[in-house]
Design a protein around this ligand. Structure first.
Ligand code: TXA
Ligand code: MG
Length: 351
């Protein structure tokens, strides 16, 4: 299959391209498109064949459910059996935006879309191209991140092409995505709201909007938790770079000293080393590839750049990666969640 590449940014909305993409989706094909978080790989959420094609294109296990993207409030009542008060509040407060809610699923959503679960993940993205595309497709787009399963999520159309060229009908290129990490997922099917995946919308923001306690799925914090994560996708080793990644934590001086010692060792062993650091520390290292994720304390910039850095290391055939640990305020919690997963929870504490 030849994949068609089309520019469609929020500033220069190509209505004709979006109409064509909508038709592809309605006919059961696949289109990758920009959202405010990462690029999505879209198929019609109400056609089981489309969901099966998504799994095949990504090489994703079919027990890992997809997020249904909507563009109108009414759509929520169509795909959820029941819309609890909490869901209404969160939708009002954070949609369109980087928040996915888990609700009981209605009959019209095929089990192929939800990985066989009787719940459904729903989100209304804050991106004009995405919203127009959902409308053009008939209102319901199932979309996981548009990467091959196990690779970092795409934050540029080029990343999508690296993984999916030749496997899908079209890629809408909207430029770099704004947030750079996937949406926050909150499960509203139990007695208390539970965050299954941290993101831009934090525990504190959710708890404030709901005026209740919001829990964090315990499996997010460490690897060897006895429970299995409630979001099936979180159990897979996600976001994995090809090089072996270790996160190094501690005070700045000891982290720099430890990483430099490790670089020397790895160079002697003939490895190609990549470093993920900050603007303030980049001059402290010498290695094949040094990538600053942004200024220390600017978690949003770090979130935006992280996945592109991991992909760049793959391209440069980096075999060993060391990353400084980052502060966990705001979206910093999501940054560290993704980084630790990418590292297979390999962490070196220096103090
Ligand atoms: O920001 C995002 O959410 C992006 C953009 C494209 O919207 N999408 C995304 O999708 O990250 P994906 O498929 O890569 O991640 C979806 C996560 C998976 O971990 C999956 O297991 C979980 O959501 N999930 C989906 N439906 C679920 C359900 N019914 N119950 C629990 N977890 C669910
Ligand atoms: Mg994904």
């Amino acid at each position: 299959m030849v994949t068609k590449h089309v520019i469609a940014t929020e500033e220069h909305m190509d209505i004709e391209a979006i109409r064509e993409a909508g038709e592809i989706l309605r006919n059961g094909g696949l289109v990758a498109f920009p959202t405010e978080t990462v690029y999505g790989l879209g198929g019609d959420a109400l056609q089981k064949r489309s969901s099966e094609k998504i799994y095949a294109a990504k090489g994703r296990p079919s027990d890992n459910p997809l997020i249904v993207h909507i563009c109108q409030w009414d759509a929520l009542n169509k795909i959820a059996k029941r819309v609890p008060e909490a869901a209404k509040r969160l939708a009002k407060r954070f949609w369109p935006g980087p928040l996915t809610m888990i609700l009981e699923k209605a009959e019209i959503v095929p089990p192929e879309t939800t990985g066989g679960l009787d719940t459904v993940a729903v989100r209304m993205p804050a991106h004009k191209v995405a919203l127009r595309l959902i409308e053009a497709a008939g209102g319901y787009i199932a979309a996981p991140s548009a990467n091959t399963s196990g690779r970092p999520s795409p934050t540029l159309a080029e990343h999508v092409a690296e993984d999916l060229d030749g496997k899908i009908e079209m890629i809408l290129d909207g430029g770099p995505t704004g947030i750079g990490l996937e949406s926050t997922i909150v499960d509203l099917t139990g007695d208390m709201p539970v965050i299954l995946r941290p993101g831009y919308i934090t525990q504190e923001m959710l708890s404030q909007a709901l005026e209740t306690k919001v829990e964090l799925d315990q499996t997010l914090l460490k690897e060897d938790s006895a429970q299995t994560p409630k979001a099936p996708g979180m159990k897979y080793r996600h976001y994995a770079p090809r090089g072996e990644l270790t996160v190094v934590s501690g005070n700045e001086g000891s982290v720099i000293a430890a990483i430099n010692g490790l670089i020397r060792e790895k160079h002697q062993a003939g490895e190609r080393v990549g470093i993920i650091c900050t603007d303030e520390t980049r001059i402290c290292y010498e290695a094949e590839c040094i990538a600053s994720a942004g200024a220390r304390g600017s978690e949003e910039e770090i979130a935006r750049r992280l996945y592109a850095i991991l992909r760049r290391f793959d391209k440069e055939q980096i075999t060993t990666i060391y990353s400084e640990a980052f502060p966990q305020q705001g979206i910093g919690q999501a940054v560290m969640n993704r980084l630790l997963k990418a590292a297979g929870y390999r962490i070196l504490e220096t103090e």
